[in-house]
Design a protein around this ligand. Structure first.
Ligand SMILES: CCCCCCCCCCCCCC(=O)SCCNC(=O)CCNC(=O)[C@H](O)C(C)(C)COP(=O)(O)OP(=O)(O)OC[C@H]1O[C@@H](n2cnc3c(N)ncnc32)[C@H](O)[C@@H]1OP(=O)(O)O
Length: 218
């Protein structure tokens, strides 16, 4: 079941230095994405050149990233293959992910993040679809923390109470409300400057056990 957490696994070995390099390049990609949306003309060329140089530097000088400890060091599955953490919200090496900082588990699961321009919908506001993505992930995480197996989002209802701002710290919070057999109900919110901007409620369902004792998603 835990294989469902990692979309894929890779046969080639990976060192801690490889993971650090991948996470560094993902950071450069994020900066580059922001630069492509922010700059024009000569400033655009300068930003692109600087980021390309920083990747070259990391590749050519083996000592360049010596002090970086990867956030997600290499993990192996039961067959000795590298498990890739691909999550588009939390993975440090996925440039699509902001990524979120995980603050706490327990009765409430909380993430924090300050989102840059790439996530803009209306001016200075977070895109509504991404509001749903953040809430889905934090509620899923709370459900995962409160149970033993993996569950899938069956239903997610998002209420947009006020715009979710970019460029300021967001608290993204999720908690389990009720668990009943394979079903877990959860709720949560996105808070900015002490105000709730969006709320979500949802249902997560653990797949029916298969005859071999594992789950299946449908
Ligand atoms: C270590 C940590 C690392 C961190 C990793 C971070 C990764 C983060 C990843 C984040 C990922 C984020 C998450 C993602 O993105 S998960 C990906 C998005 N979700 C999916 O793709 C799920 C697609 N759906 C399915 O696969 C199936 O529908 C599932 C498996 C969910 C259920 O199919 P199944 O065939 O098993 O279901 P069932 O029809 O028998 O129903 C089961 C029971 O539920 C009851 N029911 C149904 N609907 C409702 C309702 N609305 N209100 C109340 N009750 C309802 C129903 O009556 C029945 O009850 P009962 O008859 O049993 O009493």
């Amino acid at each position: 079941m835990s294989d469902l957490l990692d979309v894929d696994s890779r046969p080639a070995p990976e060192s801690s230095e490889d993971s650090a390099l991948a996470e560094y390049v993902a950071e450069v990609c994020r900066r580059l994405s922001a630069g492509l949306l922010r700059e024009t003309g000569d400033d655009l060329r300068s930003v692109v050149a600087a980021e390309v140089r920083s990747v070259q530097w990391a590749l050519e000088d083996p000592a360049a990233l010596r002090d970086r400890v990867p956030v997600h060091p290499p993990r192996l599955d039961h067959r000795g293959r590298v498990r890739m953490f691909t999550n588009p919200v939390l993975s440090q090496r996925n440039p699509l992910a902001p990524p979120l900082t995980h603050v706490s588990d327990g009765d409430e699961c909380e993430f924090r993040v300050t989102l840059p321009l790439q996530y803009q919908g209306p001016r200075n506001m977070l895109h509504g679809g991404y509001v749903g993505v953040l809430l889905d992930d934090v509620l899923w995480y709370a459900v995962r923390h409160a149970s033993t197996g993996i569950s899938f989002t069956r239903e997610l209802t998002v209420t947009y109470e006020r715009p979710v701002p970019l460029f300021e710290e967001l608290r993204i919070v999720g908690r389990v409300v009720e668990a009943e057999g394979r079903k877990t109900f959860a709720e949560g919110e996105i808070v900015a400057g002490g105000q709730v901007c969006a709320r979500a409620t949802g249902l997560w369902i653990a797949p029916k056990p298969r005859r071999d004792g594992h789950g299946s998603a449908g």
